[in-house]
Design a binder for this molecule. Structure first.
Ligand SMILES: [Zn+2]
Length: 121
C-alpha cells in the first residue's frame, strides 16, 4: 500500500504554488499535490483513514465536496430528522450583575438551563 495519495481536489493542479511545480526547463507543469497517509491512531479508528489522507488542504476538500456532494449524500441519505431524548433542567441560583446606575454589583436570581442525557439502556 502506498504511503501517499494524490490530492482529490479537482483544481489542485491549477493553483500556482512552488510546491506544485514539477519538471525542468521549458517542460514545467503544476502537478496535483501528494498527500501523506496518516498511519497512526486517529479519532476515526486505527491506521488512519481520515479525510486528510485525501486532500492537501481545506480548499481542495471543499471544492471536491462542491463537485460531488450529491453522490456523497446518496451514500447515506437522511429522509427524516434524528432525535436524541434529553431532560432539560432549569435551576435558580443567586448571581450578581453590574448596575450602571448604582455603579456597583447587585445580587439577582439567575436561571441556569442544563440539557442532560437520558439513558436509554
Ligand atoms: Zn490539493
Amino acid at each position: 500500500m502506498s504511503n501517499y495519495n494524490w490530492c482529490h481536489g479537482p483544481n489542485c493542479h491549477t493553483i500556482q504554488t512552488q510546491s506544485r511545480v514539477r519538471g525542468s526547463g521549458d517542460n514545467k507543469v503544476l502537478r496535483t499535490r501528494k498527500v501523506k497517509v496518516y498511519t497512526g491512531r486517529s479519532m476515526f479508528g486505527n491506521g488512519g483513514g481520515t479525510i486528510w489522507d485525501y486532500f492537501c488542504n481545506h480548499s481542495c476538500l471543499m471544492e471536491y465536496m462542491a463537485h460531488h456532494i450529491q453522490a456523497v449524500i446518496n451514500i447515506a441519505p437522511r429522509s427524516k430528522a434524528l432525535e436524541t431524548p434529553i431532560k432539560v433542567e432549569k435551576e435558580k441560583y443567586e448571581s450578581e450583575r453590574y448596575d450602571f446606575g448604582k455603579e456597583k454589583r447587585v445580587p439577582y436570581m439567575a436561571t441556569r438551563t442544563t440539557i442532560k442525557s437520558v439513558d436509554n439502556a
